[in-house]
Design a protein around this ligand. Structure first.
Ligand SMILES: [Zn+2]
Length: 119
C-alpha cells in the first residue's frame, strides 16, 4: 500500500487532474486510510479512481475528487466543464475546449444486462 505505488497512477491521468489525484492520496493518507489504488483514469470527462476493496471512509473522499474533476480542465486544472468533440468527452476550460462543443446532456452508457441463468 505504498504511497509511491498509488502515485504511479497519476501518469495515467491527464495533466490537469494530477494535482487533484495527488491531493486525494494526501487526504486519504492524512485520514489514516490505507488503500491500494487499482486504477485511475479519465472516463467520459470524469476522473475515476478504483481501489482494491470497498472502504466506507475512502469512498466519500474519492467521490469528492471525482466530482471536482467534472469542473476542472483535465489539461490545465483551470475551471472547466464537460465538452464533446470527435465523439470524445472531456472536461475542458475555454482555452482547451476550443473546437469542442457543449454536449446536450451527460454521456449515455448503454448496458447489456444479462443474468447467468440466461446463458
Ligand atoms: Zn485548460
Amino acid at each position: 500500500m505504498s504511497h509511491d505505488e498509488n502515485l504511479h497512477w497519476e501518469s495515467y491521468l491527464p495533466a490537469g487532474w494530477r494535482p487533484l489525484f495527488r491531493q486525494l492520496l494526501a487526504d486519504l493518507h492524512s485520514a489514516g486510510i490505507s488503500v491500494r489504488v487499482t486504477q485511475a483514469k479519465e472516463k467520459f470527462g470524469e476522473l475515476r479512481v478504483y481501489i482494491d476493496r470497498p472502504d466506507q471512509a475512502a469512498a466519500p473522499l474519492i467521490a469528492a475528487a471525482e466530482q471536482r474533476s467534472t469542473r476542472m480542465c483535465q489539461e490545465c486544472g483551470a475551471a472547466g466543464e464537460l465538452m464533446v468533440g470527435n465523439y470524445l468527452y472531456a472536461t475542458l476550460c475555454e482555452k482547451h475546449g476550443a473546437g469542442f462543443t457543449k454536449p446536450l446532456g451527460r454521456p449515455m452508457i448503454s448496458l447489456n444486462l444479462r443474468y447467468p441463468k440466461d446463458d
